[in-house]
Design a protein around this ligand. Structure first.
Ligand code: HEM
Length: 441
């Protein structure tokens, strides 16, 4: 007999899993493939277990539409994302309603893609220096190198200076906090470890010092993330507390070390795994006839397609985590108040009812149209949609253009198969690429 909700209607079907572990192993590996498989087997709503955690998974275009149009009425992010606020003052993720819209507006001003235009030279110099530092004959650990690159790039673009010295500290603490508070893969006790607590204190002090320093030394350039943090006042005109300003300043590192770095890693894999894609993108970069600029990027559809198709094929943030605050019916089942829900927003990316040849890698798809139909959602949908999406898309195209102009890389074998890991978010795992030498374009 199926289990029942409080009002005696059956709960959504449970995904088959191992005793005790439940679906934990699948959710630590290729979690996107797992969500898609279960969607096929069980339908648009099902339950999963991972160790002592239980989640309702909602998936498909109807689930995305629900999150987009009714998410505010039925879901809260206070529990699922509140840890980011508690630990690092990253409050925007956990708020709702007017306070959320207000802080989102302030933060969004500091994450504009125009900042990349303003700091293009520093960004391009940093990226070029990093990738030309990969020595011919060596192998590059993709995730590690992409994390270092993306964290420094975002630091330069959003604050004006790199944060190389803070990298290890930031990476360790952010990975742990995500695994504890958002994905639930580690127990809350991990946040009491003395090494983590010391790291957290140093990170908050670093961010606070950056905000204070900017307040003391205004600059002439366009206002960046630090300027927004200095000036930010809440919806009543009161300055946000120092922790929230520090949290604003940290957003770029958080995105860089996780999702952006994973996107770069997956892009590298995709371009090297698909020779026709490699050739098309290289030809486009070559035709630009010199180092790319912020403006020439706009005229590079293949490069842009590479970014969007990578986000489709290998989404680095495949679900939005929520708690149900008002019960609702979905797909014929009731979802009770208090349920922890993952809206697996990127499941439609791999469904043949929406995409021709979803397992193929093609640059010329109608991404905008599919976004409108809720079938393309690499940055989620609804009130908490990614604030860094626009910046990410240009940053990723620019990074790939610079990389391909300077260095030739290869997979360990031409038919190398990726083994994605989801710790904390889906990433290319232990992938390494071989450095063949300088590029010839
Ligand atoms: C490949 C890159 C990225 C991906 C795939 C991604 C994905 C996402 C997703 C799925 C969400 C929604 C989470 C939810 O529904 O709870 C989100 C939110 C957010 N992202 Fe990103 N992100 C990326 C890069 C960035 C970057 C570079 C930044 C900042 C520099 C950033 C800042 C934010 C912020 C501030 C939010 C919270 C918005 C809110 O709660 O209103 N993201 N991101």
């Amino acid at each position: 007999m199926p289990p029942y909700a409080a009002d005696s209607r059956p709960l959504p079907p449970l995904a088959p899993g191992l005793p005790l572990l439940g679906n934990a192993l699948s959710m630590r590996g290729d979690v996107q493939a797992f969500f898609v498989r279960q969607y096929r087997a069980l339908g648009p709503i099902y339950r999963v277990r991972a160790l002592n955690q239980a989640f309702v998974i909602m998936a498909g275009t109807e689930a995305n539409r629900f999150l987009r149009t009714r998410g505010d009425d039925h879901f809260s992010t206070a529990d699922t994302m509140g840890g980011l606020d508690d630990q690092f003052g990253m409050r925007v993720h956990a708020l709702a309603g007017r306070p959320h819209r207000h802080l989102r507006g302030r933060l969004g001003l500091g994450l504009s893609r125009e900042l990349l235009r303003a700091r293009w030279d520093a960004f391009a110099e940093l990226t070029e220096r990093r990738v030309t530092g990969w020595r011919a004959g060596s192998t590059v650990p993709v995730v590690d190198q992409c994390q270092r690159l993306a964290a420094d790039q975002l630091s330069v673009v959003l604050t004006g200076t790199p944060a190389t010295a803070q990298f290890e500290l930031l990476r360790r603490a952010f990975e742990l906090v995500l695994d504890v508070t958002v994905t639930g893969k580690l127990p809350p006790a991990a946040l009491r470890l003395p090494t983590y607590r010391a790291a957290r204190r140093r990170i908050l002090a670093f961010a606070q010092a950056a905000v204070d320093d900017r307040a003391a030394h205004p600059h002439d350039g366009p206002p960046d993330l630090l300027d927004q943090a200095v000036a930010a006042a809440d919806e009543h005109g009161r300055p946000y507390p120092p922790r929230v300003r520090a949290g604003m300043a940290l957003q770029g590192y958080f995105g860089g070390i996780n999702t952006v770095a994973y996107l770069y890693g997956f892009m590298l894999y995709a371009v090297l795994r698909h020779p026709h894609v490699h050739a098309e993108v290289l030809a486009e970069v070559d035709r630009a006839g010199g180092p790319p600029s912020f403006d020439t990027l706009r005229r590079m559809p293949a490069l842009h397609g590479l970014v969007l198709e990578t986000l489709r094929s290998y989404p680095s943030a495949p679900a939005s985590a929520r708690t149900v605050v008002r019960p609702f019916d979905f797909g014929g089942f009731v979802v009770p108040r208090g349920s922890r829900v993952l809206v697996a927003t990127t499941v439609p990316h791999h469904l043949s009812e929406h995409w021709t040849d979803p397992e193929g890698f093609r640059l010329d798809r109608d991404f905008a149209g599919m976004r409108r139909r809720d079938a393309y959602a690499p940055f989620s949908v609804g009130a908490h949609t990614c604030l860094g999406a626009g910046l990410t898309e240009v940053l990723a195209a620019a990074t790939m253009a610079i990389l391909l102009r300077h260095v030739r890389l290869a997979l360990p074998a031409p038919d190398h198969r990726l083994r994605p890991r989801a710790t904390p978010g889906p990433n290319p795992g232990r992938l390494r690429v071989r450095v063949l030498g300088p590029a010839t374009i």
